[in-house]
Design a binder for this molecule. Structure first.
Ligand code: GUN
Length: 287
């Protein structure tokens, strides 16, 4: 492989150590730990794994976690009541409701009950709006983690052609806005895009967030491109990204592996967002 690996695990370890030190200082100053409430509804196996890893991340960074595991049969009113109670609980700095929610629950209504200042996922319309406006906001963890990776490896963003494949609210849209904020020329591709291959071939930075294993092939990638693989697909019991790693790795200058790339950075960014929410709430109360 020609490309250098962007090691999400290594960056995560370094960032988590920084967060641990900062959250210990916070505890010394305030007499309490920063606190994240994690709500899991139903028993989607992938969500259970993600939530377990998020709680482990909290333990590693001196963040207190409160775990709420609720059955898939819970009513909309009951789910809303759980979030409402956490929203007004002064001891809770951040609230995360793991997605996807079981069928029948109104995701928008539940997520919008999380106050913007406790919205560690950056999903609230106020946070999304501030991102669009270029104002300070909490930003979705996966795209923010990708930006951290690009910064850590000194990837030049300003003036570069960035192509994002995927337009989800969690990854594609905020990813495009973050790259635009740093002066990339950004194209967002999706299932209806014509000439996908030609557009991707023009990318200096290519972010794949499609959810289809090995969707990005070497013929879609420019020589020397930086390729970021957000995909986590389970194929024959193994995790596979959205990028044909071996072949694309021959052409790219940098590439993220799956696993060990974007995945760990998502959780680390959640911990960072939680820390920042805690600090901002504390400062706002002192004023
Ligand atoms: N499900 C998949 N990714 C995410 C995420 O970043 N946050 C939440 N809350 N749920 C998810």
């Amino acid at each position: 492989m020609n490309a250098k690996l962007i090691d999400g695990k290594a960056i995560s370890a370094k960032k988590r150590e920084e967060i641990r030190q900062k959250s210990e200082l916070f505890e010394k100053e305030t007499g309490r730990k920063i606190c994240l409430a994690v709500v899991l509804i139903g028993n989607d196996p992938a969500s259970e794994v993600y939530v377990r890893n998020k709680i482990r991340g909290c333990e590693a960074t001196n963040i207190k976690s409160l775990s709420y595991t609720l059955p898939a049969t819970i009513t909309q009113a009951q789910a809303e009541e759980v979030v409402r109670a956490l929203a007004v609980d002064d001891a809770v700095d951040g609230i995360l409701v793991q997605l996807p929610l079981p069928a029948g629950l109104n995701e928008t209504k539940i997520l919008n009950l999380i106050p913007p200042e406790k919205d560690v996922d950056g999903f609230h319309p106020v946070n999304v709006g501030n991102l669009v406006l270029g104002k300070e906001s909490t930003v979705a963890c996966t795209p923010m983690g990708v930006m951290t990776m690009l910064h850590e490896y000194g990837v030049e963003i300003s003036g570069k052609n960035a192509v994002v494949i995927g337009r989800s609210n969690i990854v594609g849209k905020p990813m495009a806005l973050l790259l635009l904020r740093e002066n990339a020329t950004v194209t967002v591709c999706h299932s209806k895009t014509k000439n996908l291959k030609e557009i991707c071939k023009n990318a200096d930075i290519l972010v794949a967030a499609i959810g289809r294993p090995a969707f990005v092939t070497a013929d879609m990638v420019k020589e020397g491109a930086v390729v970021i693989d957000v995909g986590i697909n389970r194929v024959d019991g193994k995790l596979k990204g959205d990028v044909d790693f071996e072949k694309v790795g021959e052409k790219a200058s940098y590439i993220t592996p799956v696993p060990g790339g974007v995945g760990p950075m998502t959780i680390t960014t959640l911990l960072e967002n939680t820390y920042l929410c805690g600090v901002k709430r504390y400062r706002a109360k002192k004023r």
